[in-house]
Design a protein around this ligand. Structure first.
Ligand code: BJW
Length: 234
């Protein structure tokens, strides 16, 4: 396969499914158990902060002991052996880092970080958050929230992501249903700038027809195989 200079890899919940994390929109996914308006909007958090803290506390606890799978490991290998690779993940888990990826943007935030809405400090946080947890920086209770991007909020580092998409000659989208913008628009943005676009997913996503190339199957199988082809494995 031709060598690419600037590779952007967009990842979603399907990448971490085989590490034991639920996706959102699959039949047994998170949105089959919770209404996103209750747990993934600022309005929901204002209405019932206890419910939102319970939701993210449970996910933070479940994250302990999780291990990256063969797809995360393959992407870390791609970064180490190819260069010019940036992973833009919608996932809030820390499995890319655990696999060794360093060029990484968490556009929807991070489960293991929290944000004080009073003093704007972000900090690593591995324990439960309570409604009255005080911020270690400003000392005020009542302003702490998960450092994640909810519906209606601006994803992180959009300027940097746009620049990466403008320079990309390969965009690979992995394990995402293509339902949530702006990430769902990256394929069109990269293609408009001349990039080759590839979808790796269990099934065709919402935007499947926009990709130049697609491979369907479990991430732990198709991602290592695709990375192997890029790196010229025999
Ligand atoms: C496997 C597999 C295996 C399974 N192997 N594959 C129209 C145009 C543009 C925007 C909008 C619009 N209408 C509405 C909007 C705004 C909205 C939006 O997109 N809504 C849609 C529902 C229509 N977007 C936003 O609000 C975003 N912000 C924004 O647009 O800012 C601009 C703005 C701000 C203010 C004012 C005005 C403009 C923010 C979106 C935030 C998303 N947040 C969440 C939750 C927070 C994080 C968390 O708690 O984890 O992020 S929602 C949830 O969806 C989560 C995910 O990151 C995100 C994407 O989900 P993903 O990763 O695609 O998962 P699934 O489950 O959908 O798909 C999994 C896939 O894997 C499936 O295809 C499976 O087949 C596959 N799979 N097993 C391989 N083993």
């Amino acid at each position: 396969m031709a060598r690419f200079r600037n590779i952007v890899v967009l990842t979603g919940a399907g990448l971490s499914a085989e590490s034991g994390l639920s996706t959102f929109r699959d039949p047994d996914g998170i949105w089959s158990k919770y209404d996103y308006q209750d747990v993934a909007t600022a309005e929901g958090f204002r209405r019932n902060p206890l419910l939102v803290h319970d939701f993210y506390n449970a996910r933070r606890r479940a994250h302990r002991g999780l291990r990256p799978n063969a797809a995360h490991v393959a992407l870390a290998r791609l970064e180490a052996e190819h260069g010019g690779v940036m992973i833009v993940t919608q996932n809030i888990d820390a499995l890319h880092e655990a696999a060794g990826s360093r060029s990484l943007i968490h556009m929807h935030g991070e489960l293991l970080k929290v944000l004080c809405t009073f003093c704007s400090h972000r900090m690593v946080w591995r324990d439960d958050l309570r409604v009255d947890t005080a911020c270690p920086f400003c000392g005020l209770p009542g302003g702490m929230r998960p450092d994640v991007v909810w519906f209606g909020e601006m994803p992180y580092e959009m300027g940097r992501i746009s620049a990466l998409l403008a320079a990309a000659d390969l965009l690979v989208s992995i394990g995402t249903s293509g339902n949530v913008y702006p990430a769902a628009g990256f394929v069109a943005e990269a293609a408009a700038n001349g990039a080759h676009t590839v979808e790796l997913n269990l099934e065709p996503s919402e935007g499947a027809s926009l990709f130049n190339e697609a491979h369907y199957g479990r991430a732990t199988e198709i991602v290592p195989a695709f990375v192997g082809r890029i790196l010229g494995d025999r």
